[in-house]
Write a protein that binds this ligand. Structure first.
Ligand SMILES: [Zn+2]
Ligand SMILES: [Zn+2]
Length: 223
């Protein structure tokens, strides 16, 4: 049954967050060669969204490349006709991590929900293989908003959600800084209030996580 609170991001707490390494941020970017984030559109997703994310995500995620990969089909059992929504779990569970991909980002132009929540904008597992974002409720038209530049606002919201969910999969939790992209948002207006970038603390944590992932990837490939 739907609850009365507007819901946003559900995080399955899959692991304890551990940080290691304190190298400089500048060390990260140059080592990202060969590794990438696999961008996976479920069903029909506007190219302009995928291209925008492909261009903007590396600027927030230490230059890591983003590659679109063959889209998986939307899991049929995820659709609930009585709600007109897709359950997020099966979509998250069908993300693929091809060779060289460090994380996956699923994008779906449908409305998503999770058990106990009316809807979600996105979902990720902490330290999991990636995250998903749902575009329907990111469009200003959905909320009857008629001011400003609707397309620019829509793309910016998609970017914030993508950075936020991917960063959960990199091990970042919610941040108390209201301007940080990792700040929890319960409504679309919360999303609008925060930026698409990290506060200093979150950026530093993400850098450390990136270095860990690169180091593990190199060790695995060397064996
Ligand atoms: Zn979150
Ligand atoms: Zn932060």
């Amino acid at each position: 049954m739907a609850q009365n609170y507007g819901a946003l991001t559900v995080i399955a707490l899959a692991a304890i967050l551990l940080f290691s390494g304190c190298g400089r941020e500048s060390e990260v970017n140059t080592e990202m060669e060969g590794l990438y984030i696999a961008l996976q559109p479920f069903g029909e997703v506007p190219d302009e969204v995928l291209e925008f994310l492909r261009g903007e995500l590396p600027k927030r995620l230490f230059g890591i490349r983003v590659r679109k990969i063959k889209p998986p089909p939307i899991p049929k059992d995820a659709y609930d006709p009585s709600r007109g929504q897709y359950l997020s779990g099966p979509l998250l569970g069908s993300l693929q991590l091809p060779e060289g991909a460090v994380k996956a980002l699923g994008v779906v132009d449908e409305d998503l929900y999770a058990p106990g929540l009316n809807f979600i904008f996105g979902q990720a597992s902490l330290n999991g293989i990636g995250g998903i974002i749902a575009l329907v409720r990111l469009r200003p038209e959905f909320w009857g908003e008629r001011t400003g530049d609707p397309k620019a606002l829509f793309l910016l919201r998609a970017l914030k959600e993508a950075v936020h969910e991917l960063s959960h999969s990199f091990g970042l939790r919610h941040c108390p800084d209201p301007s940080c992209v990792m700040h929890f948002s319960n409504t679309i207006w919360d999303t609008d209030r925060k930026g698409a970038d990290f506060c200093g603390r979150c950026r530093s944590i993400l850098g450390a996580r990136m270095r860990d992932i690169i180091a593990k990837y190199k060790v695995r490939n060397a064996n």
